[in-house]
Write a protein that binds this ligand. Structure first.
Ligand code: HEC
Ligand code: HEC
Ligand code: HEC
Ligand code: HEC
Ligand code: HEC
Length: 201
């Protein structure tokens, strides 16, 4: 007596189907979690930094120009970060003490890096995948009317930098496809190319 109800070939097909289903659930689940999770994680991402550097103090209260520290923003793809010796152009003099008369913690850390000639390893807040191309200087043109806050939010009010936009493809495209409005000054460009090779080269 044969106990199998179905033929072997059918059994094999069922097993293959189950295997395929299993794999798609695992892969699909991982992919879905990756995309959704990333999207949630990346917008609002606000990592701790090795030194509590406050844009609210330096760019806000003391009104130091963004380009004083991010010197490359008008010149090329990357805005650039200041080096320890850039910081020391001011902080050789500015050595503020706290209420207890001790040197402020952040400044003590900065002095340490200066003495030991050790660069500060800032944690990146904005970081596109390598397959996407972005260029600051192409955006910061008189005819675009764009400035830092349009993409980075009110950095001059932040004690710790936060990523206010997702930097996902949809975010780039939304702006690139924007039509001029009644208040767009004459001569400004709001639209930009949306063909794939603009950003994926
Ligand atoms: C005194 C120097 C200084 C000034 C002025 C300054 N920044 Fe920064 N900026 C830094 C340093 C240092 C970091 C890295 C540490 C951090 O993220 O807080 C940074 C980080 C950033 C980042 C995040 C970089 C990343 O990792 O993605 C953005 C965006 C930024 N600054 C924009 C601005 C804007 C906009 C202004 C003007 C309103 C400005 N900064 C003024 C020094 C400066
Ligand atoms: C059109 C949107 C846009 C504008 C305007 C803009 N940024 Fe950015 N910024 C980005 C994007 C996107 C990244 C991530 C780039 C990457 O990872 O390749 C970035 C990254 C940065 C970084 C970290 C990496 C780097 O390029 O050094 C700093 C610092 C920064 N921006 C500062 C500024 C400052 C200062 C201004 C104004 C002078 C500015 N940005 C204007 C979109 C913008
Ligand atoms: C153009 C001058 C200038 C530059 C460049 C500069 N700072 Fe400052 N920084 C200031 C001033 C002004 C203050 C406010 C001092 C005060 O409150 O008495 C300050 C305050 C600070 C504080 C103390 C903040 C607080 O109140 O707790 C830290 C930490 C600091 N800076 C770190 C840095 C680092 C790190 C860099 C380089 C990435 C840097 N600064 C570059 C001018 C500068
Ligand atoms: C707030 C609006 C805005 C956002 C957000 C934005 N862009 Fe742009 N982009 C522009 C404008 C405006 C231009 C300039 C068009 C011109 O000069 O005619 C431009 C130009 C460019 C160019 C140069 C195009 C050329 O002519 O070759 C590239 C590359 C680019 N953007 C990539 C990106 C990427 C990648 C992102 C997202 C990470 C992004 N942009 C986000 C508005 C934006
Ligand atoms: C204005 C800039 C821009 C244009 C135009 C653009 N992309 Fe993207 N693309 C991006 C950015 C930014 C990302 C996200 C990079 C990251 O996550 O760090 C991205 C991501 C992707 C991804 C990875 C999946 C994802 O959604 O994160 C694919 C696939 C892709 N783009 C294909 C395309 C194709 C195909 C076109 C043309 C129809 C295109 N892109 C046009 C900027 C652009």
């Amino acid at each position: 007596m044969d106990s199998t109800i179905f033929t072997r070939a059918f059994d094999r097909r069922v097993r293959t189907l189950l295997a395929v289903l299993g794999i798609s659930v695992v892969v699909g689940g991982a992919f879905g979690t990756h995309t959704l999770w990333q999207a949630n994680l990346e917008q609002g991402y606000m990592p701790a930094q090795p030194i509590d550097f406050s844009h609210a103090v330096m760019a806000g209260k003391h009104n130091i120009d963004c380009l004083y520290c991010h010197t490359q923003a008008l010149k090329g793809p990357h805005a650039g970060l200041p080096t320890v010796s850039d910081c020391m152009k001011c902080h050789k003099e500015i050595q503020t003490k706290d209420a207890e008369g001790k040197l402020k913690h952040g400044l003590a850390r900065l002095n340490e890096h200066w003495r030991e000639k050790k660069p500060i390893e800032w944690v990146k807040v904005h970081d596109l995948a390598d397959f996407a191309y972005f260029d600051h200087s192409r955006h910061l043109q008189p005819h675009t009317g764009l400035w830092c806050q349009d993409c980075h939010g009110d950095i001059e009010k932040m004690d710790r930098v936060k990523r206010v936009n997702s930097l996902k493809m949809g975010w780039c495209l939304e702006c690139h496809m924007q039509a001029p409005t009644a208040t767009t000054p004459a001569g400004w460009t709001t639209r930009a190319p949306i063909n794939c090779s603009t950003c994926h080269r």
